[in-house]
Design a protein around this ligand. Structure first.
Ligand code: C5P
Length: 232
């Protein structure tokens, strides 16, 4: 898969999601389904969006003991999503078990990427709550390297980190980056943002874009603008 724009469908019902997706008549954007929509509608929402011809990033961020994650991933592998994820903090054993569970009998599997440190976790919280005292940058790079060593395909990270992750883990190790805003747009609650063009320049493989598209007056035009800036 090449560089692409993934639209975060952060909706709480199938109805709202399809009202949004129905606006796209001649393009089928790559869609991210997160916990809110998945827990509201269950696996059927994944099947329905897939049946409409969209690629899917199922963003459920699994984190549990290796055996449980392996079994959960085996169930998810039947949904035929394109990308799914877990927390690198689950350790190498969990990531390897996840890959095993995700791999279908014919050897195929969705891409598997890792969340490193959540962007909502800052240095202070990491030190006080998690007792991790290394600088955040190094922690993120270490988690990326651990994910790569476990055999994963990439990580979720800030577009600001994508270049460094590629330097450390290679250009084929995927960087999937939220925190994208148009130059003339509102950052909202995202603190460290980048435009689609800047994310392209720094080497992000996929940008995850939510509100700049879902809350736009013309979502299809906003999506096309992202694609134009990031993919062309
Ligand atoms: O609306 P917005 O463009 O901020 O949406 C970004 C999407 O990426 C949301 O679904 C958000 O949960 C997700 N995300 C993020 N930062 C992370 C990981 C995921 O914004 N570190």
């Amino acid at each position: 898969m090449g560089r692409d724009v993934i639209v975060a469908c952060d909706f709480s019902s199938a109805e709202e999601t399809f009202r949004f997706l129905d606006k796209f008549t001649d393009v089928k954007p790559f869609v991210k389904i997160g916990m809110e929509l998945y827990y509201a509608e269950g696996p059927e929402i994944v099947r329905q969006i897939k049946a409409r011809g969209h690629k899917i990033f199922l963003d459920l961020k699994l984190h549990d003991i290796p055996n449980t994650v392996k079994k959960a991933m085996a169930v998810l592998s039947r949904l035929d999503v394109d990308i799914t994820n877990l927390h690198a903090a689950g350790t190498t054993a969990m990531m390897k078990a996840a890959l095993e569970g995700l791999t279908r009998p014919d050897g195929s599997r969705p891409l598997l990427i890792a969340v490193t440190q959540l962007t909502s976790t800052d240095q202070q919280a990491m030190e006080q709550d998690l007792l991790i005292h290394e600088p955040m940058d190094e922690v993120v790079m270490h988690y990326a390297q651990t994910a790569k060593n476990a055999g994963l395909d990439g990580i979720v990270c800030s577009p600001l980190e994508a270049g460094k992750v590629h330097d450390r883990c290679g250009n084929h190790f995927l960087t999937v980056t939220p925190g994208v805003r148009f130059a003339d747009g509102d950052a909202g609650d995202q603190k460290r943002v980048m435009t689609p063009a800047a994310a392209k320049a720094i080497g992000s493989d996929y940008i995850v874009v939510g509100r700049p598209i879902t809350a736009a007056a013309d979502p299809v035009a906003a999506y096309r603008r992202c694609v134009l800036e990031f993919c062309d």
